[in-house]
Structures are given as structure tokens and as C-alpha cells.
Design a protein around this ligand. Structure first.
Ligand code: NAG
Ligand code: NAG
Length: 233
């Protein structure tokens, strides 16, 4: 009898725990916009990156609402103390490029504007003159109304922006990506822009091609009209 009671008590406890642990599910299941992740693997001073970024600026004007634009950086991790100020990373075009990469990662990290892709304007601003990177960083940060203390803090030598760059470079390496610009949509490498031309783009490399590929991968609510028109055609 006491065994039965113990069992009943255990059952009650189990049900109680289930109820408690089940409660937060209500919060998690609130529908969230599932934007399609688009990642451009780039080097901030690379002309192919600029071309690629400008194409995606046009893509975003059409399907920005369902797109989550990101940049990751190409470089080599190094234990040489010379590279310590910017995260122990060596960049193809030199230390200035590493600083530019860091500025872009910091801008993304501290941006808190209403449009989640708004931070990308920082990249576009810097890319208007890649010869001026990293010198144009403060001006572009100012244009975007970033918190300047947070920006300086993140981008200063040995600041946490260096850590952001290191982590980004490692993610790029894990994907085996070496070319700037490599376009990844929803975890799949879909296109490369290198040496002034596009290649390895089985589903195309125009603005319309990228818009279509994003539409095709979107699973969330309220399909944009531009997607409905493309997918119906
Ligand atoms: C500066 O960076 C540190 C971390 O490195 C952080 O704890 C602090 O809040 C930052 N300050 C500002 C103004 O962002
Ligand atoms: C190209 O499109 C096809 C059909 O939608 C898809 O199965 C494939 O994954 C795409 N490949 C790339 C590299 O985008």
C-alpha cells in the first residue's frame, strides 16, 4: 500500500514537472518571422565583394522583409603577435582590411535600428570607397547613427571586435570557403564572384535570380507579392 502511495506521489510529481517544463512552450511557439539567411563571405577591401554587396542591396529592396543578410570574413588565423591587435587574424590586403572587417562586424553587432538589415548600410557605405577602409569607418558609423562609444569600444585594437573577426574567419574556414565573394543562401553555397566574374552559380547570379532563390526558400507567413508573382509564373 505504501509502495502504491509512493508510486502515486511520484506520478503526481512527474505530472507536475511536466506541467512546469511545458509552460514556456507557449512562449516559444509564438510565430516568429523566419527570414531566409543570406551570408556573403567577403574581404572588406576586395572589389568582387563590393560588386556582390551592391547586387544584394538591390535584392534587399525587393525581398528584404524575408531576408536576413549577414557577412562573414575571409582571412587566416595566426599566432604571430603582430596580428594580435585584430583578433590574431591575417588578412589578404593587410591590417587595414582586418580593421575594416572588424568595423563591419562591430556595426552589425551594435546596430539596434528598426530594420534588422539596416546595419548592412554600413557595409555599403564603406564599400563606396574601399581605398578609404578603415579610415571611413567612423563616418559610416555616424551616418548610421550607431552608438559611437560602443563602436569605438568594439573596434579599438585588442577590442572585442577582434574576437568577432576571429570567430567569423573560423566559420568561413569550416565551410571551406576561400573566395571573396561567396554567396551562401540558407546554408548552401549558391554562387561565387571572383576575379571580376560570377561562377559556380547553377541557379543564376542576377538580382532576379537571387530574389527567386530567396523566395523559393522562404517558409514563413505572408509571402511577399514579388515572390507570389515569381513562384506562380
Ligand atoms: C565596452 O566593451 C566591454 C567588453 O569588452 C563591455 O563590457 C562594455 O559594456 C562596453 N562599453 C560600451 C560603452 O559599449
Ligand atoms: C538550384 O535549384 C534547385 C531547384 O530549386 C535546387 O534543388 C538546388 O539546391 C539549387 N542549387 C543551388 C546551388 O542553389
Amino acid at each position: 500500500m505504501s509502495d502504491m502511495r509512493r508510486l502515486a506521489a511520484l506520478l503526481l510529481l512527474a505530472v507536475g514537472l511536466l506541467a512546469v517544463s511545458a509552460t514556456p512552450v507557449a512562449c516559444i511557439s509564438v510565430p516568429r518571422p523566419s527570414r531566409v539567411p543570406v551570408t556573403l563571405h567577403v574581404m572588406s577591401q576586395c572589389p568582387d565583394a563590393v560588386h556582390c554587396e551592391n547586387v544584394f542591396a538591390d535584392v534587399l529592396t525587393q525581398v528584404g522583409r524575408i531576408t536576413d543578410i549577414n557577412t562573414e570574413y575571409i582571412g587566416s588565423p595566426s599566432s604571430d603577435p603582430r596580428y594580435e591587435p585584430h583578433g590574431g587574424v591575417r588578412c589578404m590586403h593587410g591590417g587595414g582590411e582586418c580593421q575594416g572587417n572588424i568595423q563591419q562586424l562591430c556595426a552589425h553587432s551594435i546596430y539596434s535600428g528598426f530594420n534588422p538589415n539596416g546595419w548592412f548600410d554600413f557595409v555599403l557605405c564603406q564599400s563606396e570607397n574601399i581605398g578609404a577602409i578603415p579610415g571611413n569607418g567612423l563616418e559610416c558609423a555616424n551616418d548610421l547613427d550607431l552608438n559611437m562609444d560602443a563602436f569605438r569600444n568594439c573596434t579599438e585594437p585588442y577590442g572585442y571586435g577582434g574576437q568577432l573577426l576571429h570567430e567569423s574567419v573560423m566559420r568561413t574556414k569550416e565551410r571551406g570557403i576561400t573566395k571573396s565573394c561567396t554567396v551562401v543562401i540558407d546554408d548552401e553555397i549558391v554562387c561565387v564572384r571572383d576575379g571580376g566574374s560570377w561562377y559556380n552559380c547553377p541557379n543564376g547570379s542576377t538580382v532576379a535570380d537571387f530574389v527567386r532563390q530567396i523566395c523559393q526558400r522562404y517558409q514563413g507567413p505572408r509571402l511577399p507579392t514579388v515572390c507570389a508573382n515569381i513562384l506562380d509564373a
